[in-house]
Write a protein that binds this ligand. Structure first.
Ligand SMILES: *[C@@H]1O[C@H](CO)[C@@H](O)[C@H](O)[C@H]1NC(C)=O
Ligand SMILES: *[C@@H]1O[C@H](CO)[C@@H](O)[C@H](O)[C@H]1NC(C)=O
Ligand SMILES: *[C@@H]1O[C@H](CO)[C@@H](O)[C@H](O)[C@H]1NC(C)=O
Ligand SMILES: *[C@@H]1O[C@H](CO)[C@@H](O)[C@H](O)[C@H]1NC(C)=O
Ligand SMILES: *[C@@H]1O[C@H](CO)[C@@H](O)[C@H](O)[C@H]1NC(C)=O
Length: 461
């Protein structure tokens, strides 16, 4: 469009849009919400994800379709996973473009869903009730408050921008609840979600001390949902509780709890942060976690129940590795079809592990780790143990949790000399169909395996 015409259109919109919005019943109620149109007297008008409603949800669907397509093949192939995230990125670029060009649908889409910016906690409930494009901008969440995004309207996009902060509360409620169908949660470039973990950290995590939010963020997303580019730091105990979710892709996140490695005044010389799992996954299906860095002090990813979960292109630093478990004694004790692939696990207690709880029942079926590079492992490179009780090993395995169909392929790297490269402690008859190929972790000693993989070229010692 020639510039002069564009200018006319923009000028017309400056005049018309605010009127339409002022008359719109939705905007009539918004009151405290910051409305989207930001005029700029120098440069005409600035649209902020405006008509995007219709077009963005369309292209979001598109992008997720391609994600879905490629990930069908991804359950076993990680190369395609990378492709799928590329296509996601591509289509979000398209979304951005369309928001600047589709001005015609502005008014109609304003009635089907509005865009809103939240800068104070009091604006959250009206925004989630009426908006499908929400920007959380430099929000300071006060004490005794959960950032409640648990009932987002279908198709909502939430963008975090600036720094989101949380005041200390001596309680066990989660600090952010996210839920909805076909939702997209985005971190704008440079944005940070800071859990203020320092206010809770006492070296004890969930084992005692200060009452702490059990998880920082609870996610229950369905349909075709996407979490992308969030930068999260300093969470109090566990970070994500992903439960009862399906069809969700998590990509490009950074979870950085490195500040919790150092002791503080309350931690008695221990790392201040403890039990700081990155992603805890339960009762979830068709989930992808990819291209994400987790720096923490406990499991990078821990899957305790669910089906069809792919974890790829991770960097896990400082924690307890890529884990299944602990399994047993929970409301759901079945986990199947999980793939951990193309990832780095470093400076961690374990690389790949399965832990099941003593005296409980459950099933662990068809789990694969492939192309995992480990380094500076301090306890076990590969760990499968069926003797957990109250969060620690007893040394005596039980066989109520059935582990069937475990593949380890191309797991290489180094463990510390005080570590064991491999540790397998199965219950009597409860492990079967292990296929270990090209597993080579070195540097540790005293490897111990009471079950020999049924196929592959693996030697325990
Ligand atoms: C308006 O334009 C001026 C000049 O380019 C720029 O400095 C300012 O940031 C703009 N304001 C908004 C709200 O976009
Ligand atoms: C969160 O907000 C939803 C509405 O968006 C409401 O139904 C729900 O009760 C709220 N949750 C809490 C814990 O207040
Ligand atoms: C597994 O999950 C992926 C990603 O959501 C999905 O594309 C695929 O169809 C699912 N596979 C099955 C068998 O449901
Ligand atoms: C090895 O990992 C531990 C954490 O398990 C860390 O404290 C130590 O600094 C790491 N060593 C090197 C050389 O990175
Ligand atoms: C083995 O895994 C490493 C680390 O992920 C990867 O770089 C390498 O390409 C893999 N090798 C093969 C043969 O797949």
């Amino acid at each position: 469009m020639p510039e002069i015409q564009l200018f006319k259109v923009l000028l017309a919109l400056v005049v018309v849009v605010p009127r339409v919005l002022a008359q719109s019943p939705i905007f009539g109620q918004v009151g405290s919400m910051h409305c989207v149109v930001q005029g700029n007297s120098t440069h005409g008008i600035k649209f902020r994800s405006f008509s995007v409603e219709t077009s963005s949800s369309t292209s979001t669907t598109k992008s997720s379709t391609s994600t879905t397509k490629s990930s069908t093949s991804t359950t076993k192939s990680s190369t395609t996973t990378t492709k799928s995230s590329t296509s996601t990125t591509k289509s979000s670029t398209t979304t951005t473009k369309s928001s600047t060009t589709t001005t015609a649908t502005t008014t109609t889409s304003a009635s089907s869903g509005t865009a809103c910016t939240v800068t104070a906690i009091a604006q959250v409930s009206s925004a989630t009730a009426s908006c499908t494009s929400i920007v959380i901008s430099n929000l300071a969440v006060p004490s005794s408050t959960t950032l409640n995004l648990s009932k987002l309207k279908t198709g909502t996009t939430v963008t975090f921008e600036g720094k989101t902060t949380f005041a200390f509360t001596d309680w066990d409620s989660d600090l952010i609840d996210i839920g909805g169908e076909d939702i997209t949660i985005i971190g704008a470039p440079g944005s940070i979600i800071d859990g203020n973990g320092q206010a809770w950290w006492d070296g004890q995590g969930s084992n005692g001390g200060v009452t702490k939010p059990d998880h920082f963020i609870t996610l229950k997303s369905t349909g075709t949902s996407l979490l992308q580019n969030l930068h999260i730091q300093n969470w109090p105990v566990h970070c994500f509780d992903i439960t009862s979710s399906s069809g969700t892709t998590i990509t490009g996140l950074t979870l950085d709890n490195s500040a919790g490695n150092a002791p503080n005044a309350a931690s008695g010389g221990l790392p201040a942060a403890h039990n700081s799992d990155g992603f805890d996954v339960s009762s979830s299906t068709n989930l992808i976690i990819t291209s994400t860095t987790v720096i923490n002090q406990d499991d990078c990813v821990a899957v305790t129940s669910g089906n069809n979960i792919t974890v790829s292109n991770m960097v896990c630093d400082g924690g307890h590795g890529l884990s299944i478990g602990s399994i047993g004694g929970k409301s759901n004790n079945d986990v199947s079809d999980v793939l951990f692939t193309n990832s780095i696990v470093r400076n961690s207690q374990n690389g790949a592990r399965i832990k099941t709880n003593s005296g409980t029942t459950g099933t662990v079926t068809n789990i694969e780790w492939s192309n995992i590079q480990v380094s500076n492992i301090s306890i076990y490179g590969i760990d499968i143990q069926q003797d957990y009780l109250n969060g620690g090993p007893t040394g005596t395995p039980t066989n109520g949790v059935i582990i069937n169909g475990i593949t380890m392929s191309n797991i290489t790297g180094t463990a510390a000399s005080s570590a064991q490269n491999y540790f397998i402690l199965c219950g009597s008859g409860s492990c079967s169909n292990f296929d270990f190929v090209n597993v080579a972790i070195t540097g540790g000693s005293d490897d111990s395996c009471n079950f020999t993989p049924t196929s592959g070229n693996f030697k325990c010692t």
